[in-house]
Structures are given as structure tokens and as C-alpha cells.
Design a protein around this ligand. Structure first.
Ligand code: ATP
Length: 253
């Protein structure tokens, strides 16, 4: 049985249908990438899978149990945790406080929470160094690490990561992808990650789904997606666009 299974998932905002009829599965231990241009519906998908799009219809199961219609907090305690785009950390709280917030609702006792925190601080040394600092004082890369560490404090089985490399310098982007691979390898984490860095995402994932205008345009292993011209879909180059004079295609500005 898949860990996460969506069938005919449709979601949106008022009259806007941002996602239509998505079928998606994530098997235990997989890294699955959700790819596509801006506005393709990737964030909407993650929100719907995490029980955060009230209009979502279709069927989504996590560990065999229904997701839609359940409160996001209930899903977190079942092991499904979303780390949202834009590092929605609490800027006016310290690193320490942000981490503790991640454990809220887990029903764990103080010593257990402290042990989890210590394990995470060992994994993210920068957070240990900045432990007392306000989250708003951290650099972009540090904030992103805090957002993920806060998500891990909930002890998820499945981590939904929304553009974890957004706004990071190239060196930090590489480190973020290493972290994703490490979380699976060392912690047995299952990960569904939304990414704009298609090449790096394909290097780290087992399978990918490509959305375009709210629909799944293609899916498959990285090799299959590369073979089927993923870049074309990702860059949103219309099929009828003529090649430039040197034979290469030109992306629209
Ligand atoms: P990005 O990489 O820019 O975040 P995305 O693939 O994650 O893009 P979504 O954020 O899911 O795309 O947006 C899909 C569509 O839904 C877009 O047309 C967007 O304008 C619209 N949309 C997203 N959030 C809202 C909202 N809160 N209210 C109304 N429309 C929204």
C-alpha cells in the first residue's frame, strides 16, 4: 500500500480551479518531486494533501486513512507534515521557541521533546549556534533549515517540502538537496518535494510529477522525464514555438 495516495484530487480558491484530477502516489521511503512552472498548482497540491485546501475534492489517503476533511493538526499527529514555502517561521520567536512549536500537539513529554531537539541540533549545527537568536535575524539559508527542523520536531513519516531551495545561494541549494537525500538515507523519511530546480530535483528523486496549468502533464522516473523533454514542460515553451536561427529553442521572457 502506498503511504500517500491521491485520486482525482481537485482543489482551488473560490471560482479558481488550481488543480484538476490529480492521481499521485508516494511509496514508503521514496523521494518524489512535484515540478512545474510558476502557477502550475504545486503549492495548491501540497496544501490539499496536507488538509489545508478546504475546497479539495477527490480521495486522499495517508497510511490508508482518509485525509480530506480532517484538520491539518490531526494529520500532523498522524505523521504528515508540510513545511510551507517562504519559511513561515515565527520571526519574533527564538530558534529554540520555533523548534518547540514544532513539537506542539505531539503529546510527547518534556524529556522526549528535548531529546528530539538535541538530535536535530546535532544535525543542524547552525541552529545550535543561533539557538537563542530571533528567527528573523537568521539568514535565508538558516531560516530554511529552521523551517525544516521545526517540521521534523513533529516526527513526521512523510515530509511535504514546498520549494525548500527558494531564494538560496547556489552553494546552499546544493546543501539543501544533500539534506533531502540524507533525511531519507539516515532517518528513513519519505519526502514529497516541490521544486523549481528541476535538474537537481531529478538528481535526488525516485519519481517526479510535472504539473502544467493544474493538470498532471507527465510523471515517471527521472530518466523517463528527461527522455520525454521535461525542460519543455517546465519552461512553459509552447509546442508551436519555432526554433531560433541557431536551431535552439528560445524560452519566452
Ligand atoms: P509557484 O511556484 O509560483 O508557487 P505553484 O505551482 O505552486 O506556483 P500555486 O501557488 O498552487 O502554483 O497556484 C496555482 C494557481 O492558483 C495560480 O493560478 C495562482 O494564481 C492561484 N492561487 C494560488 N493561491 C491562491 C489564493 N490564495 N487565492 C486565489 N488564487 C490562488
Amino acid at each position: 500500500m502506498a503511504l500517500l495516495e491521491a485520486h482525482a484530487l481537485t482543489a482551488g480558491y473560490g471560482p479558481i480551479v488550481a488543480l484538476r484530477d490529480l492521481d499521485l502516489t508516494v511509496e514508503p521511503g521514496e523521494i518524489v518531486a512535484l515540478l512545474g512552472a510558476n502557477g502550475a498548482g504545486k503549492t495548491t497540491t501540497l496544501m490539499a494533501l496536507a488538509g489545508m485546501n478546504r475546497q479539495a475534492t477527490g480521495r486522499v489517503t495517508f497510511k490508508g486513512e482518509e485525509v480530506l476533511g480532517h484538520a491539518p493538526e490531526a494529520l500532523v499527529s498522524r505523521g504528515l507534515c508540510l513545511v510551507p514555502e517562504g519559511r513561515r517561521i515565527f520571526g519574533r520567536l527564538s530558534v529554540a521557541e520555533n523548534l518547540l512549536m514544532g513539537a506542539a500537539g505531539g503529546g510527547r513529554k518534556g524529556p522526549e521533546v528535548a531529546a528530539d531537539r538535541d538530535r536535530l541540533l546535532a544535525r543542524f549545527p547552525v541552529l545550535e549556534r543561533r539557538y537563542e537568536a530571533l528567527a528573523s535575524e537568521l539568514s535565508g539559508g538558516e531560516q530554511q533549515q529552521l523551517a525544516i527542523a521545526r517540521g521534523l520536531m513533529a516526527r513526521p513519516t512523510l515530509l511535504l517540502l514546498d520549494e525548500p531551495s527558494l531564494g538560496l545561494a547556489p552553494k546552499l541549494i546544493a546543501a539543501m538537496f544533500e539534506l533531502i537525500a540524507e533525511l531519507r538515507r539516515d532517518d528513513g523519511m519519505t519526502i514529497l518535494v516541490v521544486e523549481q530546480n528541476v535538474h537537481q530535483a531529478l538528481d535526488v528523486c525516485d519519481r517526479g510529477y510535472v504539473l502544467r496549468s493544474g493538470r498532471c502533464e507527465m510523471q515517471g522516473t527521472p530518466a523517463e522525464l528527461r527522455r520525454r523533454g521535461l525542460e519543455r514542460a517546465y519552461l512553459g515553451i509552447p509546442d508551436e514555438m519555432p526554433p531560433s536561427s541557431d536551431g535552439r529553442e528560445v524560452a519566452k521572457a
